[in-house]
Design a protein around this ligand. Structure first.
Ligand SMILES: Cc1cc2nc3c(=O)[nH]c(=O)nc-3n(C[C@H](O)[C@H](O)[C@H](O)COP(=O)(O)OP(=O)(O)OC[C@H]3O[C@@H](n4cnc5c(N)ncnc54)[C@H](O)[C@@H]3O)c2cc1C
Length: 470
């Protein structure tokens, strides 16, 4: 690893920039300088940090060297992916690493694709498409790094599909003392099971092997339907095709339902003009403008919500899967998302509907409802149960605390699990009983990172200190 002045930093070469405090292993006094090219705040702008130094390694050994030296110095280390978490999960006052320089596809073996951990999903999707492959399911956007996405159990929608981490069949991990471990089904299947969702607390992923599927097209149909109809037959609706989700403005009586179905039909995408009209102007520019008006004049927000629902259009297109799954998101917001048992969703929605009139500030974003399959990963938010997802949002700069806290109270009644990368007010004490393999995760953490090198304020809060196992 080299130390560089910021002007010499390149995203493609190992680099360390001192931000303050003592450099790793250096004896000379260094001048305080700022870093280049590494994010120290998140996408929404509600989290920021002042790390002691930032590092941009370009190899696994470069990552291991930073960790080893930090561990010897008793310092903490954190990787930031694309900074798309709403929580402080990727923030640190210790050493911050960016793996943006580790972004290549390394190997393709049938449907199994090994990539470096810093690759962004949009780059991954493009590389897979070139090889006739695809991820079977994705979330709403494609800006995240693969390691960041799996570390917080990022998911899309689909009753028969798990989150992105469930596609991992192997990985390379740098552990708390700087050692490098290769893990797969043949070599430590138990660690493979556990460490797929690690909140960055088990080590630094440097490579990930994903089980992909042959490339496929999706037929996307968007309709406006009565909320009552959707809730009356909720589970059947969510199982009605491969990927179903809906958007609903609290207080409203209609929802926008999105159904994406796998098809062998050739792509028939929207024209460029229609795409710009719907995705850029409708969902971003115009929506952002009405949000700004609603934030300035909250009394008008319910009318604005009605207007937005009324203007939502029906849509019918066929396109490459990742182009249907992911959309641009230019309007900044804060989000909280809970996973609860699927059959509890209609009642929970009814309760959210009842609380909204009493809120001091109205919600200005629709609620998003999704579904995903259960899995066996100890800290996956879908561990052991098919999950219904309820995501609440608020426009950036508008008050959100009362809304999110009131919704969280409701979610607590269903043993709700908050998305690790989205806002919530839980702690290790309130979360432990919601994960029946909590201790399995804590044991892995104690083994891989006994000194807590990968801890930060967020893991201190939601995981507690590293446990000591006799
Ligand atoms: C506009 C928007 C839309 C979103 N849509 C969805 C959605 O549809 N579905 C969904 O589930 N979530 C969604 N999210 C949440 C997002 O997917 C997660 O927060 C995800 O973790 C962000 O990935 P990232 O690369 O930005 O990671 P970061 O936020 O930078 O980091 C997340 C965690 O991963 C750790 N990490 C990063 N790299 C490594 C590594 N190499 N090794 C170990 N740990 C690492 C970090 O230390 C941190 O703990 C959305 C977020 C935004 C802002």
């Amino acid at each position: 690893m080299k130390s560089s002045a910021p002007s010499q930093l390149s995203r493609r070469s190992d680099a360390t920039t001192q931000c303050g405090g003592a450099p790793l292993g250096a004896r000379k006094r260094v001048r305080y300088v700022w870093h280049v090219g590494v994010k120290t705040k998140n996408w929404a702008g509600n989290q920021r940090c002042v790390p002691v130094a930032v590092h941009q390694p370009t190899s696994t050994t470069g990552v291991a060297e930073v960790v080893r030296r930090a561990a010897v110095a008793g310092a903490r280390v954190k990787v930031i992916g694309a900074g798309h978490s709403f929580t402080d999960v990727a923030m640190t006052d210790g050493h911050l690493l960016s793996l943006d320089g580790l972004n290549r596809v390394l190997e393709v073996d049938g449907n199994d694709v090994t990539v470096q951990a810093g690759i962004r999903l949009f780059e991954l999707n493009e590389q897979l498409a070139r090889r006739g492959l695809a991820m079977p399911n994705l979330g709403d956007i494609d800006r995240q790094s693969i390691a960041g996405a799996v570390s917080t159990a990022t998911h899309g929608t689909g009753a028969g599909l798990g989150n992105i981490a469930t596609r991992i069949v192997g990985f390379e991990l740098v552990t708390g003392d700087g050692s490098i471990r290769r893990v797969d089904e043949a070599n430590d299947p138990e660690l493979l099971r556990v460490a797929r969702v690690g909140l960055g607390a088990l080590g630094i992923l440097t490579e990930v092997t994903l089980r992909c599927v042959p490339a496929f097209n999706l037929h996307a149909v968007e309709t406006i339907e009565p909320l009552a109809d959707v809730l009356d037959d909720f589970e059947a609706v969510m199982h009605s095709t491969d990927h179903v989700e809906f958007y609903w403005f609290p207080g409203g009586r209609r929802v926008q339902v999105k159904r994406n179905t796998r098809t062998d039909e050739p792509a028939a995408p929207q024209s460029k003009i229609a795409h710009i009209r719907d995705k850029w102007i409708g969902e971003n520019l115009a929506f952002g403008t009405v949000c700004r008006v609603g934030r300035r004049f909250p009394a008008a927000a319910p009318k604005i919500a009605k207007l937005i629902t009324a203007s939502a259009s029906e849509r019918d297109v066929i396109d490459r899967s990742d182009k249907i799954f992911c959309s641009p998101r230019k309007v900044r917001f804060l989000e909280m998302e809970y996973g609860i048992p699927l059959d509890a969703v209609p009642e929970a929605i009814g309760r959210i509907n009842s609380l909204v009139p009493s809120l001091p500030f109205p919600p200005m974003f629709p609620i998003e409802v999704r579904v995903s399959q259960g899995d066996d990963i100890p800290l996956s938010t879908a561990h052991g149960r098919t999950s219904g997802w309820i995501a609440v949002h608020q426009y950036i700069g508008a008050p959100y605390e009362a809304y999110f806290q009131a919704v969280e109270q409701i979610m607590n009644d269903y043993s709700g699990r908050p998305h690790w990368g989205k806002m919530h007010f839980q702690s290790a004490q309130t979360l432990a009983s919601r994960y029946d393999e909590w201790e399995v995760f804590q044991a892995a953490r104690a083994e891989l990172d006994p000194a807590g090198t990968f801890a930060n304020a967020y893991t201190d809060r939601v995981l507690g200190p590293v446990a000591v196992f006799a």
